[in-house]
Design a protein around this ligand. Structure first.
Ligand SMILES: *[C@@H]1O[C@H](CO)[C@@H](O)[C@H](O)[C@H]1NC(C)=O
Ligand SMILES: *[C@@H]1O[C@H](CO)[C@@H](O)[C@H](O)[C@H]1NC(C)=O
Ligand SMILES: *[C@@H]1O[C@H](CO)[C@@H](O)[C@H](O)[C@H]1NC(C)=O
Length: 386
């Protein structure tokens, strides 16, 4: 199937109306029994999630959302992380407010509002992928992301997910990467389900071999692969062809995935541009200023950002032929869309289709949605999404 490229002008609307969401705080659940199995956060605390039960005809449908929050790639980074909310479930807030794709309001989340919805806390620093048996007595850190994924899923299967008819694995940022890494495993857990698909929100971290900062990008993922010992976790379809340290870049993974995947991302992902494109030598301050407000970028900085975008487009073209791969790729200078009610319901760059509509249509096979906004050669503010 050929790639549909939408060439539509963004219609700027003055004063869009925002949807008022009734706050929906969901309590945290700890899996204390996981501790004896060694399925624990960096600091040894138990895995945790927030669960809102499905109702009506959504009772047998499950949406599992993996929290994001970067990675740690050295012992000292992970040590610091273990003392933060991203390395310890005990430091997580006791409630999480379910918005966007997690909302139980039909107006906001028309397709999935009555599903069982789960927000899984991220506390391992490896996108739910690590499985290191040894615990260094000097640091007492546990690198057990894959075990956490496994015990959380076992817990949810017991809660009723084993009867799932429809299921989705999703997540944003490091959680969007975790979605790609764990998608086929998730599919295998619910073999009798009708329709299982994955949605990676802002998890398509590109290698961009010819764009400044490539050493930094490679080093970051190589550090995660080494420290969390991911070589055996990563698919052999990638590790047999190239250095396993490159096999966290989604462009080397998604072609070989068996489960349908939706990529939601911006060609100008603000996190990637801010943290993955920093210049090699020097002007860190200038880059900070430019990435804080892209209107202040110099022509040279804009060139780097455009080169990054071209590489992004190229990598999407290379993977985009599968009819199962849905896409909503815009030009907003943003990172993460699904957990925010405003962003989940915003149409930016692809006509009037909102992210929620595009994903609903793709999930239920009404439309094999593949939209890439190729109109803009500078990052867009997309105030309609804020
Ligand atoms: C959530 O936790 C609070 C505090 O422990 C408790 O009062 C409340 O009943 C809990 N809510 C639900 C839905 O279990
Ligand atoms: C996808 O299609 C394009 C154009 O038809 C082609 O150039 C590209 O090699 C294809 N990619 C793959 C992975 O098959
Ligand atoms: C988008 O919606 C506006 C207002 O409803 C309408 O005027 C316009 O034609 C629509 N644009 C597209 C591309 O459908």
């Amino acid at each position: 199937m050929s790639l549909l490229i939408f060439l539509l002008v963004v219609i700027k609307t003055e004063g869009f109306h925002s949807i008022n969401e009734v706050p929906n705080p969901i309590n945290i659940t700890f899996i204390d029994s996981a501790v004896s199995k060694g399925a624990v956060c960096l600091d040894g605390s138990p895995p945790a999630y927030h669960f809102d039960q499905g109702f009506g005809d959504g009772i047998d449908n499950w949406l599992v959302y993996l929290e994001g929050g970067g990675w740690c790639e050295t012992e000292s980074e992970c040590k610091a992380r273990a003392l933060s909310t991203y390395g310890s479930s005990f430091r997580k807030p006791k409630v999480y407010y379910f918005n966007g794709v997690l909302s139980k309001n039909q107006m906001i989340n028309p397709e999935f509002y009555n599903w069982n919805r789960v927000f899984v806390r991220y506390c391992d620093g490896s996108s739910f992928a690590g499985n290191v048996e040894a615990v260094n007595p000097a640091t007492n850190l546990y690198y057990r992301g894959a075990r956490i994924f496994k015990v959380v899923m076992e817990d949810l299967l017991e809660k009723g997910m084993k009867y799932a008819s429809n299921a989705i694995l999703t997540g944003c940022s490091a959680g969007g990467l975790a979605t790609i890494l764990n998608c086929d495993r998730f599919r295998a857990l619910v073999p009798s389900a009708n329709r299982v698909k994955c949605i990676s929100d802002s998890g398509y971290f590109i290698h961009a071999k010819d764009v400044p900062g490539v050493k930094r990008r490679e080093k970051r993922f190589a550090g995660v692969v080494r420290l969390h010992e991911l070589s055996n976790f990563l698919p052999s379809s990638c590790t047999s062809k190239r250095n396993p340290s490159l096999c966290l870049f989604p462009e080397y993974l998604v072609k070989d995935m068996e489960t349908p995947l939706f990529l939601l991302n911006s060609l100008y992902d603000s996190w990637q541009i801010t943290y993955n494109l920093k210049p090699h030598h020097g002007d860190e301050h200038g880059w900070k200023k430019c990435t804080k407000d892209t209107k202040l970028c110099s022509p040279g900085q804009l060139k780097t950002i455009r080169d990054f975008r071209m590489d992004f487009l190229k990598s999407l073209q290379e993977i985009g032929n599968s009819s199962c791969t849905g896409m909503f790729i815009n030009s907003c200078y943003l990172h993460c869309y699904t957990y925010s009610t405003e962003r989940w319901n915003c149409a930016a760059g692809l006509g009037n289709t909102t992210i929620a509509q595009a994903i609903g249509d793709w999930y239920f096979d009404r439309d094999s949605f593949k939209g890439i906004d190729t109109m803009h050669d500078v990052p867009q503010e997309c105030t309609q999404c804020l």
